[in-house]
Ligand binder design. Sequence first.
Ligand code: NDP
Length: 452
Amino acid sequence: MPTFDFDLFVIGGGSGGVRAARMAAQHGARVGLAEAAELGGTCVNVGCIPKKLYSYAAGYAESFEESAGYGWKLPEAPQFDWAYLKTQRAKEISRLNGVYASLLMNSGVTLVTGWAQLVDGHTIEVDGKRHTARHLLVATGGTPYVPEMPGREHIVTSDAMFDLAPFPKRLLVVGGGYIACEFASIFNGLGAKVTQLHRRAHLLTGFDDDVRQFVANEMGKAGIEVRLNVEVASIARGSHGLVVTLARGQQVEADTVLFATGRVPNTQGLGLEAAGVALDERGAIAVDAHYRSSVPSIYAVGDVSTRVQLTPVALAEAMVVVDALFGKGKRALDYEYIPTAVFTHPNIGTCGYTELDARARFGEVAVFSTEFKSLRHTLSGRGERTFMKLVVHKATDRVVGLHMVGADAGEIVQGFAVAMRAGATKALFDSTVGIHPTAAEEFVTMREPMPG
Ligand code: NDP
């Protein structure tokens, strides 16, 4: 039996890597983890957490405005201090970096600071020092992708958005996915003049078509100029800011241009080739249903193997690996009915199939939907509306799609996701008593299917 320094060595201290390291150590494994940057990965440092904090910051602008309808008289117009928000965010993120370090240390994980490279299926090297392990886990995440184009050097990606200086008065966002829509909403709320350009006829490819149209309309009402079917040809620095030239020749000026055009797996410089780890056609580490790569001792979870790029999915994948290697044994993760939210203003929350996908997968479906002004906005004066939709498989009555655009949609959909995974039928939704007065109660009071 060969002897190894560690039972498991993890490359990457983001959501998936830290979870795997910590839980493996709690099972008694000897675990090492290498990270070259701050602990916490994308989610903690330049993703979910700072994004959500800034989304809250943006939400206050709406609340100040709305409060007048409820009798609040603000002595003067509220002023927003971007530098202060950045400082507060940085403090919180560094507190979280510390929490991650303590979690690892308290579980007995050996933290190795530096860039790790695979040497072979059981050996990694960090700053010239070699470590061996029975199992290796690559959890190095992803990084923003920016298409090649003239003037590409002038743009920023989501990584830079949290620390922009100065605050961009005019922000141009390119892309129509999660990150583009969220930053467009955030900076619009914080006071920037935001233009969002997307190459397709609708934002948010992959979401339910009604949701896509509804949210674009709400984002427009909130002040974002959403321009669809538009492609960028080049970017140049002009005398009054950046000049973005579109494929059809028009020009748009902005102080900051954000490209949120997708993310690619972080596979460069890891020695994957040397170790014989195969990549798939998208450049992600190819893994089987148990996250094992082409080298049996090397596993990969999270964005570097890109099944679904969501923090909770990386955590769940990490747990599957730990259970297989050190815990209860082999099992596979169920990727059906993973709920997700987009923190636009208003939020999108969704679980299960879009209407289109449900028709393709299940055949006959019944669709229930509603659109209304929430009680809050009767006095707030805001014209924001809420949209909800259920897609029901006719043959079984199972609710296979649940979609919402509205305040707190992310919070609301989480609970419904449990019911949907349990196979809840429309009849069960109907027999559930609503909580009044809430927006969420509409999910259990929709009675009439849409015609067709
Ligand atoms: P997405 O894949 O969601 O969106 C990428 C967008 O860029 C799409 O609109 C895509 O258009 C467009 N695009 C791609 N290539 C080009 C190009 N060459 N020119 C113009 N537009 C282009 O990626 P994001 O970067 O927004 O986010 C990455 C992932 O991170 C998400 O898919 C999600 O899984 C995760 N995430 C989750 C969040 C959450 O849970 N709230 C928040 C942020 C990210 P098209 O539609 O045509 O493909």
